[in-house]
Design a binder for this molecule. Structure first.
Ligand SMILES: [Cu+2]
Length: 145
């Protein structure tokens, strides 16, 4: 098998550049490999919350009992939800259409982040801790696209 491949390679070489470009264009192959590696690197970077393509960070600030700051709009794609909890009790950010569990949850005085994928649409986010949504911890987020 190896010997046959070697013979073939020798034949191709012997036939010269014309045959070579027909059988296996070397330039195209070389360009494909780095492209694949680049996409792997991008995926890794996104996992770290620093994805260069679509790694938007949405900051929510929670107090007892409200969001004192929250984004109203976002870009589609991967998004990092950062929750700065300035209250004393636990709060979170949940969007039913996006995830069955809260996207991010932070204990009192803590900051936490969670990553999710946002499709274009209009969403209602809220805090799923019992009683908090009813107390006013909800708002609207529009993902344009
Ligand atoms: Cu809450």
């Amino acid at each position: 098998m190896t010997r046959r491949l070697t013979t073939l390679a020798a034949l191709v070489l012997a036939l010269g550049p014309a045959a070579c470009s027909e059988v296996a264009p070397p330039v195209e192959y070389v360009e494909q490999v780095p492209a694949e590696k680049r996409s792997e690197l991008t995926a890794d970077g996104g996992g770290d919350g620093q994805g260069p393509a679509g790694g938007e960070t949405l900051e929510f600030v929670a107090v007892d009992i409200d969001y004192s700051e929250a984004p109203q709009a976002a870009e589609p794609g991967e998004a990092t939800f950062e929750l700065v909890n300035e209250g004393a009790t636990v709060h979170n950010v949940a969007i039913d259409e996006v995830s069955s569990t809260p996207i991010v949850e932070a204990q009192g005085g803590q900051t936490a982040t969670g990553t999710t994928e946002l499709e274009p649409g209009r969403y209602v986010y809220y805090c799923s801790i019992p009683g908090h949504r009813e107390a006013g911890m909800e708002g609207r987020l529009e993902v344009s696209g």
